[in-house]
Design a protein around this ligand. Structure first.
Ligand SMILES: [Zn+2]
Length: 460
């Protein structure tokens, strides 16, 4: 009798589990089908990229993107849509940069550069000086003021090609771009040229943020990125003759902060409206391309998460918000502002997911959370198998959602295939033609599926 009873119990437990997973399987199927047959992400991105274009903080493009995404969210029948004011820095590139290598007076080779975001201009007539090539800050230090003062420092450490996760290769190099001017100015350098953060050889310079932290205004030196082909050219020419000179001219400027906004939409939860789950990307972009991958893709995918939930007939128990953050690229003011207000209002953010790694084929997610929550995620892995989503690792989430971190909540980042991302990242070819519709839609569906599961089962 006892054996029979426990067998019965086991059977009902089994059927119960089976019912749950069958419902989840069906829900995920619906979500993916909706995204692939009735998705909106691609159309939204087409408008954002081709009608609005680049969206650097404080620019007209950024202002238009705020108005457009608010209007589109307004059409989705969400419970609330609003703008959250935030002051943002405004840096402008000015006239197109110009640069050449001079072997002997009058004999020059033009090279492709672009000012780094936040850099000061060169003098109006440009800047010409001898060049010192280094691979890292240690090498810079060992050369010292004697060999650096009055020269242009050329940082030329390439991204490491044998790292499969290209974000790790980026992380291993980006100190040259971000911190390069601070370090070089300690030894009296007059300018900085940085090899573009790009794994392939081409002619496109890649911009990105840099800092002058701790450097007095009069000691700030102009900094630019050079294309990988031209970095190799410059390096070769220096090996042949280290007496060559480099000339560059840029007229960028830091203007006064301006008013901008995060764009937010919400489906209010049916059971736990005070528990917030957010999905987001950043609305601003660099100015050279139109920011289709970085991060137009994340913006439209996040918008579509709320729409896909609705279209799939899912009524979330918790409040689900889409947050389109302003000013990730050169200040992170939007992300900080959102977290600050959430804290002031005592809003409990149990979950936050960011898509900011391009619109390529999704592979999975990385999670910044405790072990209990991570094990919960791992138990859902089989549900994602039909969609070839297999990457579930602990790691970073996203820069904009990072400030929401608590001891118990779950922060996550969508992890698309990263092999082509740095071909486009912060360069003039980050454009809509580099987006594949299905890849973008699979990303939106994958995000929606994770939100659905966390909403349904809660946070462990
Ligand atoms: Zn980004």
């Amino acid at each position: 009798m006892k054996v029979l009873k426990s067998a019965c119990l086991l059977f009902s437990l089994f059927t119960c589990l089976n019912v749950i997973s069958q419902t989840d399987e069906a829900s995920l199927k619906k979500i993916y089908a909706q995204s692939l047959t009735n998705g909106k992400s691609y159309d939204w991105l087409n408008h954002l990229s081709n009608q609005i274009g680049s969206r650097l903080s404080g620019s007209l493009g950024a202002e238009k993107a705020v108005a457009y995404t608010k209007e589109e969210l307004g059409k989705l029948g969400l419970d609330k849509v609003w703008l959250q004011p935030v002051m943002v820095p405004r840096w402008v590139r000015g006239a197109r940069e110009f640069a050449f290598i001079e072997t002997v007076p009058g004999k020059t080779n033009s090279v492709n550069i672009c000012a780094l975001g936040g850099s000061v201009a060169t003098p109006a007539l440009g800047l010409k000086a001898h060049v010192v090539e280094v691979k890292n800050f240690k090498e810079l230090e060992s050369l010292g003021r004697e060999q650096i003062a009055g020269k242009i420092v050329f940082y030329n450490r390439p991204m490491q090609a044998d790292l499969i996760e290209t974000f790790n290769a980026y992380g291993g190099c980006v100190d040259q771009r971000y911190q390069g001017a601070v370090e070089a100015s300690k030894y009296g350098a007059v300018g900085v040229i940085v090899r573009s953060m790009n794994l392939r050889l081409d002619d496109l310079p890649h911009t990105g943020s840099m800092t002058y932290e701790g450097v007095s205004v009069e000691n700030r030196i102009p900094s630019a990125a050079i294309s990988t082909n031209d970095a190799n050219l410059l390096s070769t020419m220096l090996q042949l003759d280290n007496n060559i000179k480099f000339y560059f001219k840029q007229s960028c400027k830091q203007l006064k902060d301006v008013q901008s906004y995060n764009v937010i939409g919400e489906i209010t939860g049916s059971e736990f409206p005070d528990e917030y789950m957010i999905v987001g990307g950043h609305l601003d972009s660099w100015d050279l391309g139109d920011g289709s991958h970085d991060d137009g893709a994340g913006v439209v995918q996040s918008m579509d998460v709320l729409r896909l939930l609705k279209e799939s007939g899912i009524k979330p128990k918790r409040s689900i918000r889409v947050v389109l953050f302003m000013n990730k690229e050169n200040g992170l003011r939007g992300g900080k502002k959102y977290a600050e207000e959430a804290k002031q209002k005592g809003e409990n953010h149990v979950f936050a997911l960011e898509s900011d790694a391009g619109g390529f084929t999704p592979r999975g997610f990385s999670f910044d959370c405790n072990n209990a929550s991570f094990n919960q995620v791992l138990s859902w892995q089989p549900l994602f198998k039909p969609y070839l989503i297999h990457y579930f690792e602990k790691g970073r989430s996203g820069a904009d959602v990072g400030p929401l971190k608590t001891e118990t909540n779950v922060l996550a980042g969508l992890r698309p295939d990263s092999q082509r991302y740095f071909d486009h990242h912060h360069a003039s070819n980050d454009t809509f033609d580099a987006i594949n519709k299905r890849e973008l839609e699979l990303g939106a569906a994958t995000m929606t599926a994770l939100v659905y599961l966390f909403d349904k089962y809660g946070i462990n």
